[in-house]
Every structure is written in structure tokens, then in C-alpha cells.
Design a protein around this ligand. Structure first.
Ligand code: TYM
Length: 331
């Protein structure tokens, strides 16, 4: 039986953080055996917000190294760079003809970016979700493993795919956001405010590249709360985030002990954060060390990039043939 197709992408705009890792990359690694997977470093997307390209090559190499160090296996998945696949740009154009200015202006990420960079509200920023749709649809992917913040973009992709199918005939399956378990994950910032992101205060973000002391220090400084006065109280967002992180890297028994302390109003957040720091170091340091070694091996990285490009273009050009045929753009 043919495996279902999966696509996801990540921007090379800064250091990979725990939100990227637990929201997306961890799922990617787990999906490699079960699905026909395509994972893409979306360098064109990063140009919508980061026009200075002096660091781009280093960022792309570091990101690839971090993805490989996290467990992506280029023989099990197609790992490639967006700009290596010009077919995506062609599909992006076709999809632009069925994306409307009004809906693009209403997209949450666009509104955020307009606030953040009022002097660079470029056309590619407005059509960012269309390029993302092209990334997904170029392989006719059905599952898109992403964090909660990307849900709206995947929803828009479904709409564009549906419009295309109505107008020109069925070419695209309708993709959906994917997570193991029921919910999409959102890791929030260590100060308890908003999602963990590449652009915010570095002390509130845990990066895969952080050394052991930075990991411990950041977690000790993470926001907690007062000890609850009533049993089984509701957790604040910051405390819930610490428990989420603990459930991801600590043993079940450890997490249950602190849950029980919280529910019985005897939790010591200092102890919890110390334990979390040690467990996080144990979890993250092997990934960091592997990433550093891979990043130095330029020959290996070039080989991975070339192999990914060939496989991704083969799949993309098959879709483009179907698209052109359906649209009548074939003479
Ligand atoms: P990007 O590069 O911002 O993030 C990569 C992945 O990390 C997830 N993520 C989070 N998950 C949970 N908690 C957080 N705090 C957190 N921060 C980031 C994101 O949901 C994402 O899955 N537009 C995309 C890139 C993209 C893409 C695609 C994704 C381009 N084309 C096609 C999927 C399919 C983005 O900016 O991700």
C-alpha cells in the first residue's frame, strides 16, 4: 500500500528552539518510518522578514545540522531546501490567482508582521500563506505536522486546494494539520507570556544550541507562581508550561510526583525547576553535540542537500504536470 504523504517546513531565521522541536521536529522524526515524508528548509519564506542574506548560508547549514542531529534520516525522508525546487514557485503563482487580498490581510501572522516591521510590508509577506500552500501541495501531502501557531496556514492551504479542485478538477487531496495525540502543541515562553519564538528575548527561549549551564540557568529563572492555597487548583499558564516541558523530557514518575505536590499545595518550584534543568540537559546535550559535529562536515551536508533536491524535484515535477494539464497550461 502507498504511504500517505507528509510535508512540513521550518524557516532558517535563527536558532531552533524547544517550541520548534516539540511542536514539529519530534513528530517529523517519528513519522519517517510510517509515512512518505518531505521536510523543507524554507529559505524563501525567511526572505519575507530577513532580507539581509549574509548569514543565510550559515543559518541553513546550522538548521540542517540540527534537523539531522534530532534524528531526521535523509535515507528515510526527503530533506531539502525550498529554493532548490523551482517547481514550488510556479505552483505558488497559480495559487496566487485564487487567493484573495482580503483573506490574506486577515491572516493572524500577517497582522503580527505588519506590527513588527511596518516599513517592510512587502507583497511576499502578504502572500506568505500561498507560498506555504505551494510547499504542501507540490507533493500532494495530506498530513502537515506543525505546532498550534501554523493551524491557520494549513486551513488556508485546504481552502486553496479546494478552490483549485473546484475550478480545474481534482488534483489535490485536502491536507490537515497533524499531531500525534489529539492536540497541536504550543510551548510558551519561559516568562509565561506568549509562544516561545525565535525573535523574542533569548533568556525566555531554550535553544537546541544552548550549553548545559545556559539550560539550567534559563530554567531556574523561568516564571512560576505562588504555591496554590487550595487542592487541585488550576495551573497558571507559566506553571502549566513547566509541567508540559517536564512531561516531555522527565520520567513519568518524576512528573507525577510534582503533579501530586502541586495538587496537595506542597510544591517547591525551585526543586521542580532544578529537576527539569537536569532532565533537559540530559535530553538536549546529545542533540547539540551531534549538530556541532555535523555542521563541520560540509561534504556530508552537500551530499544531503543534493540528494534532497533530486528527490523533491522528482515529486514536485509530477504534481506540476498534473496541475498544468488540469489547468490547460500545456501546449
Ligand atoms: P517556523 O519556522 O516558525 O516553525 C517551525 C515549526 O515549529 C513550530 N513552532 C512551535 N510549536 C509549538 N510551540 C511553539 N512555541 C512553536 N514555535 C514554532 C511551528 O508550528 C512549525 O511547525 N510558516 C512556517 C514554515 C513553513 C511550513 C510550510 C510549515 C513554510 N512552509 C509548509 C509547514 C508546511 C513557519 O514559519 O514555521
Amino acid at each position: 500500500m502507498q504511504k500517505e504523504k507528509v510535508l512540513s517546513g521550518i524557516r532558517p531565521t535563527g536558532f531552533v528552539h524547544l517550541g520548534n522541536y516539540f511542536g514539529a521536529i519530534r513528530n517529523w522524526v517519528n513519522m519517517q518510518d510510517e509515512y512518505d515524508c518531505y521536510f523543507c528548509v524554507v529559505d524563501w519564506h525567511s526572505l519575507t522578514t530577513h532580507p539581509d542574506t549574509r548569514e543565510l548560508q550559515t543559518s541553513v547549514h546550522r538548521l540542517l545540522s540540527e534537523l539531522l542531529a534530532s534524528g531526521l534520516d535523509p535515507d528515510k525522508c526527503v530533506l531539502y531546501i525550498q529554493s532548490d525546487v523551482p517547481e514550488i514557485a510556479e505552483l505558488y503563482f497559480y495559487l496566487n490567482t485564487m487567493a484573495y487580498k482580503g483573506e490574506l490581510e486577515k491572516t493572524a501572522t500577517f497582522k503580527d508582521k505588519v506590527r513588527q516591521q511596518p516599513n517592510n510590508v512587502n507583497a511576499a509577506l502578504l502572500t506568505y500563506p500561498v507560498l506555504q500552500a505551494a510547499d504542501i501541495l507540490i507533493h500532494r501531502a495530506v498530513n502537515v505536522p506543525v505546532g498550534k501557531d501554523q493551524e491557520q496556514h494549513v486551513e488556508m492551504t485546504r481552502n486553496f486546494a479546494d478552490r483549485f479542485n473546484h475550478r480545474y478538477g481534482d488534483v489535490f487531496p485536502l491536507p490537515k494539520a497533524f499531531n500525534y495525540g489529539s492536540k497541536l502543541i504550543k510551548i510558551i515562553s519561559l516568562d509565561g507570556g506568549g509562544k516561545m519564538s525565535k525573535s523574542e528575548n533569548q533568556m525566555n527561549t531554550l535553544y537546541l544550541a544552548d550549553d548545559n549551564d545556559q539550560i539550567r540557568t534559563k530554567l531556574m529563572k523561568a516564571k512560576s507562581d505562588i504555591v496554590p492555597a487550595e487542592k487541585n487548583a488550576q495551573k497558571s499558564e507559566a506553571v502549566q508550561n513547566l509541567f508540559t516541558l517536564m512531561s516531555l523530557v522527565s520520567g513519568k514518575e518524576v512528573t507525577e510526583k510534582f503533579e501530586s505536590d502541586f495538587n496537595n499545595c506542597i510544591i517547591r518550584y525551585g526543586d521542580m525547576k532544578k529537576q527539569l534543568g537536569e532532565d533537559m540537559v540530559r535530553f538536549m546535550s546529545p542533540i547539540r553535540e551531534r549538530a556541532v559535529a555535523i555542521q563541520q562536515d560540509k561534504a556530508y551536508l552537500s551530499k544531503v542537500i543534493k540528494q534532497g533536491k533530486e528527490k523533491a524535484r522528482a515529486s514536485a515535477s509530477e504534481t506540476l504536470l498534473l496541475v498544468r494539464k488540469a489547468m490547460g497550461v500545456n501546449y
